[in-house]
Ligand binder design. Structure first.
Ligand code: SAM
Length: 295
């Protein structure tokens, strides 16, 4: 704590430290919510420059300032690649941002969101209404349960499964396991797509290696795409795109993304394509695990 501007007001910061080697800090105006659930510590703070910020176990999940980037990219890349997506399963995603973007697709008649922690949902409903605003949509079934358990018992199929999880620690660890990906592959409809939060290309090559190795046996094609973020360490983040052949470039029709009134802040057809153009340092560590796309 410092008072650099001599205003008499304490200068409070919340700092996420990644791998004990880099820190990302946000100036805090006030704490809106702090609680400990059966799964994690949940905090919501109002920041000086990034709007409301959600942290689980001290790790930044979402900031109001740039949440649109993550949520548009996890939802619209698969849902505009599939010709007419009707059903979507979201695993995690308790802040509601992914559900909000999914439900902007009129063709989606049913979405199921399985979030393990009621406290995250309640805190975001109260303090992040612009993110959680679609959680009461009648097309969405919100289930408070472990995504692994849900997947094991599920008999439905989905056009897209979006794994909007925390890092592979605590309750999210099994969401990166081989047995979980096998189960999800079995829940996909014929042209279905699984999107998985695949961490930082700069800092997390080992996690990416392990997660794509675990996915590899169950999908014909695995691709990766990136997006920029203000709130995660390194500023560049990624998603995995796994399918039984549906290609995010060849099968993508940009005309589908030109929906009147559906204005996006980050996603557009050019960004969709460009996101799959990967620098050499990103692909080098993943040889044989991810497939090239016809750019
Ligand atoms: N965009 C975020 C990120 O990458 O940091 C993820 C946000 S979202 C809030 C992640 C959610 O996954 C958390 O609310 C957490 O409670 C939930 N989660 C973790 N493990 C889970 C599991 N096994 N089943 C369902 N949800 C889980």
């Amino acid at each position: 704590m410092t008072d650099e501007n001599n205003s008499g007001k304490l200068d409070l910061w919340v700092t996420e430290t990644h791998k004990n080697m880099v820190s990302l800090g946000f100036r805090v105006e006030r704490t809106l919510f702090s609680g400990t659930s059966a799964y994690q510590q949940v905090d919501v703070v109002e920041t000086a420059g990034h709007g409301t910020l959600l942290l689980n176990d001290g790790i930044v999940m979402v900031s109001e300032r740039d949440e649109f980037v993550y949520h548009e990219m996890i939802a619209h890349v698969p849902l505009f690649t599939i010709a007419e997506p009707r059903s979507v399963l979201i695993i995690g995603g308790g802040d509601g941002g992914t559900a909000r973007e999914v439900l902007r697709h009129k063709s989606v008649k049913r979405a199921v969101m399985v979030e393990i922690d009621q406290m995250v949902v309640d805190a975001c409903k109260k303090h992040m209404p612009s993110v959680s605003c679609a959680l009461d949509d009648p097309r969405l079934e919100l289930i408070i349960d472990d995504g692994v358990k849900y997947a094991q018992n599920c008999t439905e199929t989905f056009d897209a499964v979006l794994i909007d999880s925390t890092d592979p620690i605590g309750p999210a660890q099994p969401l990166f396991d081989r047995s979980f990906y096998k189960k999800i592959a079995g829940l996909l409809s014929e042209n279905g797509v699984m999107i998985s939060q695949s961490e930082s290309p700069f800092y997390d090559t080992e996690i990416q290696n392990s997660m794509f190795s675990n996915q590899r046996p169950f999908f014909e094609k695995i691709h990766m795409y990136t997006f920029s973020t203000l709130t995660y360490p390194g500023g560049l983040w990624s998603f995995g795109f796994a399918s039984n052949g549906l290609c995010p470039i060849r099968d993508f029709d940009p005309k589908r993304a030109a929906v009147p009134g559906m204005d996006m802040q980050y996603y557009n057809p050019a960004v969709h394509r460009a996101a799959f153009a990967l620098p050499g340092f990103v692909t080098r560590g993943l040889t044989g695990l991810i497939d090239p796309v016809p750019l």
